[in-house]
Design a protein around this ligand. Sequence first.
Ligand code: SAH
Length: 207
Amino acid sequence: MGRLRKIKNDIDLVKNSDYYLKTIPVPNNELNYLEIGMGKGNFIINMAVNNPEINFYGLDKFPTVIFKAIKKLNKLENKPKNLKFLAIDVSDIFEYFPKNFFHKIFLNFSDPWPKKRHEKRRLTSDTYLKLYKDLLTKDGIIQFKTDNDGLYAYSLENIQAKKDIEIIEFTNNLYAKLNPEDCILTEYEKKFIGMDIPIKLISFKFK
Ligand code: SAH
């Protein structure tokens, strides 16, 4: 996907928005969902609009993409009140959220980092899996989607090898059985479906 031109002062622009997370949420009895690497936000915005009873949090390490998401929201007539963004690297997440806070985490079209020497940067590598375990509530679920065969194979193998993980579902062609038109799609997902690239999914939880 084309590289996005960095917007000047993007971090200040996003931090000034009402959609920017300003206080650390306290544990509550509501459902809290997180998208890691939200990009321009199509998925999380539509999820928030369609599920007003769930709190949605989206983060991305690039403020410029979050700025794009905020621009989309500003155009909406009925603005969701259940949505907050954060421009951080997920590795720093415990500075902003308590442990065991999320009921569901979405990893949508994470960077594939194909080189072996970059394995540690893949969002399904061991350090991140440990982080997700601490982020999730008991029985909380992770849903991972990718277009990338290498990242899918790596992730499936790595996840299957973990004794404390239970795979709920995996498929190398999600839309063989689902109609994309009935689903809330991410920007990347829409693009890859248009190119006839099968979308792969793994959903799993910790035992
Ligand atoms: N989910 C969107 C964007 C996918 S691109 C979609 O499906 O269309 C992957 C995104 O993850 C990029 O915007 C990148 O900045 C973000 N990202 C990658 N590693 C990250 C990390 N460690 N912490 C936070 N965001 C990250």
